[in-house]
Design a protein around this ligand. Sequence first.
Ligand code: ADP
Ligand code: MG
Length: 709
Amino acid sequence: MTKMRLANVTAAQWSAGAPIGEDEPANVFGANVFGQNEQRARLPKQVFRALQRTIERSESLDPALADVVAAAMKDWALERGATHYTHWFQPLTGFTAEKHDSFYAPIGDGTAIAAFSGGELVQGEPDASSFPTGGVRATFEARGYTAWDPTSPAFLLENPNGTFLCIPTAFTSWTGEALDHKIPLLRSIEALSKSAVHALHLLGDTHVERVTTTMGPEQEYFLIDKTYYYQRPDLITTGRTLFGAKPPKGHELDDHYFGSIPERILACMMDTERELLKLGVPIKTRHNEVAPAQYEIAPIFENTNVGVDHQQLLMTVLKNVAHRYDLVALLHEKPFAGVNGSGKHNNWSMSTDGGENLLDPGDTPEENLQFLFFAAAVVKAVDTHQGLLRASVASAGQDHRLGANEAPPAIISIFLGAELENVFTALAEGRVYVSPAGEFMGLGSPALPTLPKDTGDRNRTSPFAFTGNKFEFRALGSNMSPALPNTVLNTIVAEAIDSLVEDVEAAVDAGKTVPEAISAVVGANYREHGRIVFAGDGYSEEWHAEADTRGLLNLRTTPEALPELISEQTLSTFSNYGVLSERELHSRFDVFLEQYIVNINIEAETAADIASTMLLPAALRYLRLVQETGVSVLEGEIRDLVNKFVDAINTLRGVNAVHPDGTDVEAIYMRDRVLTTMAEVREYADALERIVADDLWPLPKYAEILFIK
Ligand code: ADP
Ligand code: MG
């Protein structure tokens, strides 16, 4: 048996260990979270109440109370076996960062006591010089601070060798600029709340004091056996395969989607879910995805700040637990060329402090009016800021996916469903909406129908779809933090709400009743922004042409999309709402562009190394074998391919050796020269993979990686 076949046999081995959580209660939800129950049990009443006010209404917490909270948190953590604590934050890398400090401090007599003050809870000062800042903070002024976010609960991370307390924090430069994803997100949540509350008061709901945004992400990922992973330097270094011929079988048979889950995979999923439940992440669904070896995990929605923190935890736990099962979780957006990539659907809505979902059509006229108003605001926001939304999901990994007929196109459009589209169209045309089925009551007011809960069929190709009582932004990449897209959504919807409120107020001043004014404003809004609404096939060529005539943006790649982060319009909106300053936006633009360049550079170097040190030698061995056997018909083809392969490798090394100056130009160079040359190298490598003797080929093949579980 060849070496490769033996690896397959190894990869296929798995036997179940002891059932997980044998010695734990069945319901472990929140067991590792310093949540409301622990807070109530451990804090003096007035401190508990003050903390809850902070959590629910974002009221600032009296610093004097921090000592009390810190002491309770420390006691809880020590009882649970924690030895260290860390301020857990989200720098612009898109991942989380942590620096651990021991609870125990020596006290001079040779012993140590556990100490953790309010000061240590509230503020940390990590040496921040190595985090990306895009020039906001020069390294000689390396000061960065982490600041406790009391609205996201602290939690314990367990490791086989110990436990530590994680305190969600924001990360700022000493000059007060946001160096992370949390600060702008929190600012945008405040902005949206203010605008939405103002609108609700105008619409007659005067009791509402706060509106929060809600977020429910659906995460796609691959699980592969670690045997293959460690045989592939491209997966290890770049997260995706840079070589690999298309397997004879892909997802064409549609036999994977929602199929029964293999036993080892299911065991891994269950363990992952249990770990996440302990951390208070409300995991709800799991299933197979479209591609072989691809899966999905989705929690129930939460307020966006906690939801984003939980999404980061989910990605971390997913990767950690997979190792226990000799699996590796791949979160890259496109781990396998020619096989569906992975995304993250971001379900988004707004909810009042009374628990009312503002995007729920409901079944009374008042709710409809309110619903139509807020849905109209989303339509206006998405149309006005389509480029910015596109930029918020841009990355090197995403460029393999968006627009590749498996994920939403790079053109941002909205799918409303037939019913809602008809309602808006009727309002825009000043007609009374008549339901085709006649099963909806007229409401005595022009064009205010009772909307059915499910407003129509689904559309898988739309990047931004209304799905019954929420919008689903589907263009996020599997590997990314959902923080920025949600920050953008909150901010641009806040702006749209304010603008529509102004219009309604003006119409009321001109003599209209509030319902009349809303109908008129929603109709006018749809006349202006209805171009963003599209119900057809987002993958089709016709749509690309039509979107162009509608004046919609089609920003295909990251270098085209990112400048939207620093457009005049973005700078003005974000500074008006105090979400990101000009400097903060520029720093994000710089950081993301740099990440794009660095990622492709790493890929190019890895590709050249694998090609010349692994694949080329295999091809040469095979060529010699052919020559030795004297079967001359084979020799020509392989010799020709090898020559072209060598040329392409040399070209790649040359092209990637020197880049032009200036990141803007460099990014385009990476896209147009480096990526294309990599693709050429790959083309020859993949052709060689199909003819070189299998036992000589050094990389596991797609068919093995994807189908042996
Ligand atoms: P589907 O996508 O098949 O319609 P669901 O209706 O269960 O499935 O919702 C999918 C995701 O949408 C889940 O993550 C869920 O938590 C989230 N979701 C549901 N309601 C809301 C809401 N009001 N705000 C944000 N996310 C929501
Ligand atoms: Mg969905």
